[in-house]
Design a protein around this ligand. Structure first.
Ligand code: SF4
Length: 705
């Protein structure tokens, strides 16, 4: 395939905002990257991470260049050919499958994978290997939102588009800090507010973040009380007569039971439980009630919780009781941390999903996919989720794991347990672009992958916008595109149906499989994507409009009855309870200029300037009680492990709550800064998303021995 000689449109590979870029190949083999002025998401603007994207491509000093293998756990990795690496891996997988069944092997992938990569992985695992043991790090990010949408709206469907931001006159930002984590989207909110000062911004967060600078009201709640707060907002809306009874009667079920539930607690009682003034809750409810268009935005603060699904449902309920959905400027907008979490959802790339929103529990759906793939029967039992995979490695149910495009030994909760599990694994394959991930120390086989701009494919951003990403430069050494690696492995396993001529051929198969479903993109192909620049699904065969910006405009939801479901979720507390031994609540999160586990952004010196090292944010009162001053080293200890980081005092965090950034792993040779040494492995019972935002810790000032 010929490489372009001039700048070509692509999409930023960091967060789910999905900004358009122009990538230009330079004469020396490097690329330059600028914002794409014609791309509707960002109109040329890029945040600090996007502006430095080219450094991560051009600095190849950390790249894996050729396949490696070790012949026993005690021997070092040594260079081998692709054929040797894939043949050995196929032989080991076949042996485990023959001896222990298809559930004994697993793939752990990533929301950074392109849709084509996701598609072939899903087809290989679910169709041909015969178990559903394919999960991704998206499980750690948005699986609670997926379940929430499905339960309330019938399917995993983000109803709105980014243009709804400019059409809304009230925005609720809850459990998110988009000013740092989704900056270009936030710039649109800032511009909208500047042009329309009457637009009301409500921010819900236990910390005062940069996002709060725009807030008309900041509800600084106690971590874990989101459901109580959302129910209090609902009660105030009902009391004020600010609900849409006509919408509820015609389009939603469950309101009576829900109303009974939210009236079990007064707004004053809820305010006390949440630790926020009742007047502020009532003010926020008045803003929502008065809005012609109400949009909510959220990420990890709601999703990463043992009650993540309940938190999502309690938020979606606010839209359903006010009828603020399916019309311009109204609806829920879940933001994703990864660039193609949505593409993964489209192909069914989690261990409990099937392609195109088909239902794993439905025998007809399984048969439909089996027939399309020409595969064996699909297993009806969900596979291991992200955290379950590592539990299964530890107790021996899982023998082999193939980890691609993700860095679980920094990103998983209770990560020391995951480390111990990986040490026990019989066989580990690591497929990555970088020689940084800690997983490499445990790998029996290492496979070098092509990076962003070195391979072609598609991604879908948080507003269902699909874009084509071209290959602009050659991959270094023997690195191959992830989809090609998976297809070559599938063929080494002896499976038919993986001899695609190109990524486009994979995409065409994927789009055909969506025909007749709610996310039907059977009318889409690479040519249309190149011509239109991007398209929002659905995009059916014969469609002429450039995609579908908004869902449910006919108020017909994807439930069997066509009516949305208002779920009366009770506010329960399932997180680890702080006590005398571990009295503080720890919440983890992101900083402005780093992304995930820093394997890419950590290479860019400019991005280290903002916050160069890990830290513990704590309230000055708590610091004083511990005799801790700014910059002092503090040991943060939980029942699972500890970290030692410098204190950053901030009156913007609640007393009794502390914050650790999640990005640092073992970059400095030790795991002293790795937040997930401390976090809890507890997960939401339905979404299986971990409780990264809540665990009990103890703090002590570190004194050199
Ligand atoms: Fe990239 Fe997200 Fe920044 Fe846009 S907002 S440039 S997608 S990191």
């Amino acid at each position: 395939m010929l490489l372009p000689s001039a700048a070509v449109p692509s999409v930023c590979c960091y967060c789910g905002v999905g900004c358009g870029v122009l990538v230009k190949p330079e004469k020396n083999g490097d690329v330059s990257v600028v914002g794409n002025p014609d791309y509707p998401v960002n109109r040329g603007a890029l945040c600090s991470k996007g502006l430095n994207l080219h450094y991560t491509v051009n600095d190849r000093s950390d790249r894996l260049l050729y396949p490696q293998m070790r012949y026993s756990k005690s021997r070092p990795l040594q260079r081998v050919s692709w054929d040797e690496a894939l043949a050995r891996t196929a032989a080991v997988f076949k042996t485990f499958i023959a001896q222990h069944g298809p559930e004994s092997v697993a793939f752990y992938a990533s929301g950074q994978c392109l849709t084509e990569e996701y598609y072939v992985l899903n087809k290989l695992m679910k169709g041909f290997i015969g178990s559903n043991n394919l999960d991704t790090n998206s499980r750690l990010c948005m699986s609670s939102a997926v379940v929430g949408y499905k339960m309330a709206l019938g399917e995993d469907s983000v109803p709105v588009c980014y243009d709804d931001i400019e059409l809304a006159d009230c925005l609720l930002v809850t459990g998110a800090n988009p000013a740092w984590c989704h900056p270009i989207l936030w710039r649109r909110v800032e511009a909208h507010k500047a042009a329309n000062p009457d637009t009301k911004i409500i921010v819900v967060d236990p910390r005062v973040t940069d996002t709060c600078a725009l807030a008309d009201v900041h509800l600084q709640l106690i971590p874990g009380t989101d459901v109580v707060l959302n129910q209090a907002l609902a009660r105030a809306l009902i009391e004020n007569g600010d609900i849409d009874l006509s919408f509820i009667e015609q389009h939603a079920d469950g309101f009576e039971e829900y109303q009974r539930l939210v009236f079990e607690r007064t707004v004053a009682e809820a305010a006390q439980l949440c630790g926020v003034p009742e007047t502020d809750i009532r003010l926020a409810a008045r803003y929502i009630g008065a809005a012609k268009g109400f949009v909510s935005m959220w990420t990890m603060g709601l999703n990463q919780s043992v009650v993540g699904v309940d938190k999502n449902l309690s938020l979606l309920n606010l839209h359903l009781i006010t009828g603020q959905i399916g019309k311009p400027g109204a609806g829920p907008l879940s933001l994703t941390g990864q660039p193609n979490a949505m593409g993964g959802r489209e192909v069914g790339g989690l261990s409990n999903l099937l392609p195109a929103h088909r239902n794993l529990a439905n025998p007809a759906h399984r048969a439909e996919v089996q027939q399309f793939w020409g595969s064996g029967p699909l297993a009806d039992k969900p596979g291991f989720t992200a955290t379950e995979m590592f539990e299964a490695l530890e107790d021996g149910r899982l023998k082999a794991i193939w980890i691609l495009c993700t860095n679980p030994l920094t990103s998983l909760p209770n990560v020391r347990q995951a480390e111990a599990a990986l040490a026990k694994a019989k066989f580990v394959v690591v497929q990555d672009i970088s020689n940084k991930p800690e997983t490499l120390a445990y790998a029996d086989v290492v496979l070098p992958a092509a990076a962003w701009a070195e391979k072609e494919g598609t991604m879908t951003n948080s507003e269902r916008r699909i874009s084509y990403l071209p290959r602009v430069v050659a991959a270094p050494g023997e690195a191959l595109p992830d989809a090609e690696i998976i297809c070559r492995f599938a063929q080494a396993m002896g499976f038919a149906g993986f001899d695609y001529a190109s990524p486009e051929a994979i995409y065409q198969e994927h789009t055909r499989l969506t025909a007749g479903t709610t996310l039907d993109i059977s009318g889409l192909n690479y040519s249309i994507l190149r011509e239109l620049g991007s398209v929002q699904w659905p995009y059916r065969a014969g469609q002429t409009a450039p995609g579908t910006p908004r869902l449910f405009t006919d108020q017909q939801f994807y439930t069997p009855s066509g009516r949305a479901m208002i779920h009366p979720v009770a506010a329960v507390f399932r997180s680890e309870v702080p006590d005398e031994a571990f009295p503080f609540i720890l919440t983890t999160g992101r900083i402005r200029d780093q992304w995930h586990t820093m394997t890419k952004t950590g290479k860019v010196s400019k991005l280290k300037q903002h916050l160069p090292q890990a830290f513990l944010e704590l309230h000055p009162q708590d610091a004083a009680a511990l005799a801790v001053e700014e910059g002092d080293l503090v040991t943060v200890e939980s029942r699972r492990g500890s970290v030692r980081v410098a204190a950053r005092l901030s009156s913007g965090i609640r007393s009794g709550v502390v914050f650790l950034p999640m990005h640092w792993g073992k970059q400095l040779g030790s795991d002293l800064h790795r937040a997930n040494n401390v976090t809890s492995g507890a997960v939401d019972p339905i979404s299986k998303e971990p409780d990264f935002k809540f665990c009990a810790v103890q703090l002590t000032k570190y004194r050199k021995p």
